[in-house]
Ligand binder design. Structure first.
Ligand code: SF4
Ligand code: SF4
Length: 169
């Protein structure tokens, strides 16, 4: 890949670099107003294809340590059977219900083992799609910006987006 790509060796390092760029990112979001949502989305999709294969998620696992993935009823049933529990037991032990949606409430995730997902084939859709860089409306998508300090892929996509859109800090 020809583009400048920032290798991150640890979560602490990522949080430190991301925090130092807080003000810069406020100006970058303003800069993005000069581009249509369609243009920004197309650039994010292109950068996702370039950057994601460059990052080894097994060296990171940060999303599995810090986030609580959404779970459908079918996913609860599948994960409960992995734990040899009934869906009701599983819900009681590991699921948070916010009145509308179910989430796996353990952080780090109970299925994370040596930075790898031990239920990879049965992992929830929310995990399989993370960091969700094939969607739309990134200019205003809060999770895109909040994942900047959590996920090295998102961090690099946003940094390369600055370069692609001619942003000068
Ligand atoms: S998706 Fe992002 S946060 Fe999750 S393991 Fe891969 S690089 Fe780390
Ligand atoms: S189910 Fe697997 S991919 Fe999802 S958070 Fe847990 S360890 Fe990570």
């Amino acid at each position: 890949m020809s583009r400048k790509f920032i290798r991150i060796d640890s979560v602490t390092e990522l949080e430190k670099i991301a925090s130092a760029k807080t003000i810069e990112n406020i100006f970058f979001k303003k800069h993005l107003r000069n581009f249509s949502s369609e243009k920004v989305d197309a650039l994010v999709h292109e950068l996702d294809r370039e950057i994601t294969p460059e990052i080894d998620c097994t060296q990171c696992g940060n999303c599995c340590k810090k986030l609580e993935p959404e779970l459908s009823t079918e996913e609860i049933e599948k994960l409960a059977s992995v734990k040899n529990e009934t869906p009701e037991q599983f819900k009681q032990n590991y699921v948070l219900h916010d009145g509308k949606t179910n989430f796996l409430k353990t952080k780090p995730c109970i299925f994370l083992s040596e930075n790898k997902c031990s239920v990879y084939e049965s992992r929830p859709q929310a995990c399989a799609g993370f960091p969700h860089l094939d969607l739309k409306d990134y200019k205003y998508k809060s999770t895109f910006w909040s994942n900047y300090s959590l996920c090295p892929i998102v961090f690099n996509v946003i940094e390369c987006l600055k370069e692609k859109t001619g942003f000068r800090p």
